[in-house]
Design a protein around this ligand. Structure first.
Ligand code: HPA
Length: 279
């Protein structure tokens, strides 16, 4: 079997063959947030099943489609849905789409997700810039032999979530009159939601948000020198904060509710990231 680099290269070429666009920015749209991909112009769409070696999403609310198109004037590669460790994929498989992005020439990514709010200043529907993460998934996509063609053995993670991107996202949110919080994302395996005791523990160790994705993607992106902007939608307050059980239905409904402001923010940040991506 081909190595990961070769598989990523093959997948990237297969994607790029379907479009004349050469995006430098990639997006991953999380649960309930996939609508943005429907608004792109000059769009080429392909299901993950059509991309060689690409993992297929099984989670409800994840269309499992790659769309290359333009958001305004900015060419982008958009993943409408992702795969997770809890679906039975390995850490390497979860990060594989980032490898494909890298081989496509993507220089910056916007990762979005649905998350539970741990920080009591948040409310359901809040948008939160991820400042840093705590990887509690018990694995890492860089385990095994290092492939130097992707990056170094021990990549730095001190600036995993690019500060200049966070600054421009805050500025654009301000112009749109939106509140944009900033916080630390704890990535857990799932798929069960957390217990109230786990949420109390996560708050103690400095987490503001909890979810089941994103951290591996960030690790693989940083390994390749791809810059990261990540935004969580607080689809629910985390377990034990309000006296109500958590459900995927609620996650999807909140995603639907914030869609308009979320998409407006994406549209505003993309041109500014585009100007920066080459640098
Ligand atoms: N916990 C973990 N993942 C999540 C949550 C949550 O409360 N909400 C959305 N994704």
């Amino acid at each position: 079997m081909d190595d990961q680099f070769t598989r990523a290269e093959t997948a990237a070429q297969s994607v790029l063959r379907r479009t004349p666009l050469r995006p430098e920015i990639g997006l991953v749209l999380g649960s309930g947030l996939g609508g943005f991909a429907d608004s792109l112009s000059e769009a080429a769409r392909m299901s993950y099943a059509e991309i060689p070696a690409f993992p297929r999403s099984t989670a409800i609310g994840h269309a499992g489609q790659m769309v290359i198109g333009k958001a305004g004037d900015v060419p982008v590669a958009v993943m409408q849905g992702r795969v997770h460790l809890y679906e039975g994929y390995s850490a390497q498989e979860v990060a594989f789409p980032m490898r494909v992005f890298g081989r496509m020439g993507i220089r910056a990514v916007v990762l979005t997700n649905a998350a539970g709010g741990i920080n009591l200043n948040y409310q359901q529907g809040a948008l939160v810039l991820i400042r840093d993460h705590i990887n509690l998934q018990g694995s890492n996509p860089l385990t095994g032999p290092n492939d130097d063609r992707f990056g170094v053995r021990f990549p730095d993670m001190t600036q995993a979530y690019a500060r200049p991107y966070r600054k421009l996202a805050r500025e654009e949110a301000g112009k749109l009159g939106m509140t944009l919080h900033e916080g630390v994302y704890a990535a857990l395996l799932g798929p069960s939601y957390e217990t109230p005791a786990e949420i109390a523990y996560l708050r103690t160790i400095g987490a503001d948000l909890v979810g089941m994705s994103t951290a591996f993607e960030v690790i693989a992106a940083r390994h390749m020198g791809i810059k990261v902007l990540a935004i969580s939608c607080v689809t629910n307050m985390a377990a034990g904060i309000v006296d109500q059980p958590l459900s995927h239905q609620e996650v999807m409904e909140t995603g639907e509710r914030v869609k308009t402001s979320f998409e407006a923010l994406l549209r505003a940040v993309l041109p500014r990231m585009q100007n920066d991506a080459g640098s």
